[in-house]
Write a protein that binds this ligand. Structure first.
Ligand code: SF4
Length: 219
């Protein structure tokens, strides 16, 4: 697909998704404006629905909001607070460990460096890219989750088998100044229209540009 068509689609999605709910991690950033909270809620969001991640994040940050406060919190208490999210035991251990490392090695601040973020256990490319983009407001990253991976392939922008490959392939297709927006637009659109199973192609605003690659049942 030509880059001008990619831009056209992204611009249509910018208008269309404006009123759709923000992904939980973006909502946390918009309301609380803190890369540490973005990092913690992103870890909590893995394999957990936004409807659970958001209130659990808010609850945790009412009790402990800084790396130091979470580093000093008893693990059992942290597990109890974040219990609604999936894999809460492992996530609590990782969040506490990362908080301790941020206090000890990074002067209480989440590093604004992709490679440093990747050193934390439990932080993969998606989380590191989200923290860089929405936590630190840096351009030059595309956070690829399941929605971004699915939409990019359905639209024929990439032909990839894994989110990691999608990230690199997308960077060749999407002009750099739009990288910042890709995650938020595709997550919103993927949650509300281009669902994993039976997407709403009949009411899709980019339907005429979409070859619907790999799409079976649709509405
Ligand atoms: S036409 Fe269907 S498959 Fe393509 S983006 Fe729209 S909802 Fe998704």
């Amino acid at each position: 697909m030509a880059k001008k068509d990619v831009v056209k689609i992204l611009r249509i999605l910018m208008k269309k998704t404006m009123k759709m709910p923000l992904p939980s991690v973006s909502q946390i950033q918009e309301e609380l404006d803190d890369p540490f909270k973005v990092l913690v809620s992103c870890i909590m969001s893995l394999r957990t629905k936004d409807e659970t991640t958001y209130p659990t994040s808010v609850k945790l940050f009412k009790i402990a909001k800084t790396p130091k406060q979470i580093a000093n919190m008893p693990l059992a208490k942290l597990k109890k607070i974040i219990r609604p999210v999936n894999y809460y035991k492992t996530k609590a251990e990782r969040i506490k460990k990362i908080s301790q490392q941020i206090v000890k090695d990074y002067g209480n601040k989440v590093p604004d460096d992709f490679d440093e973020l990747m050193k934390f256990k439990g932080v993969g490319r998606k989380t590191a890219n989200i923290v860089m983009t929405y936590g630190h407001g840096k351009e030059g990253h595309i956070a690829v989750d399941t929605h971004v991976h699915r939409l990019s392939n359905r639209l024929g922008w990439v032909k990839t088998k894994s989110p990691e490959k999608t990230e690199f392939a997308l960077k060749k297709v999407v002009p750099r100044k739009y990288w910042y927006w890709v995650n938020e637009l595709f997550v919103r659109y993927g949650q509300n229209v281009c669902n994993p199973i039976s997407p709403f192609c009949s009411k899709c605003v980019i339907e005429k540009y979409c070859p619907k690659i790999g799409v079976g049942k649709r509405r």
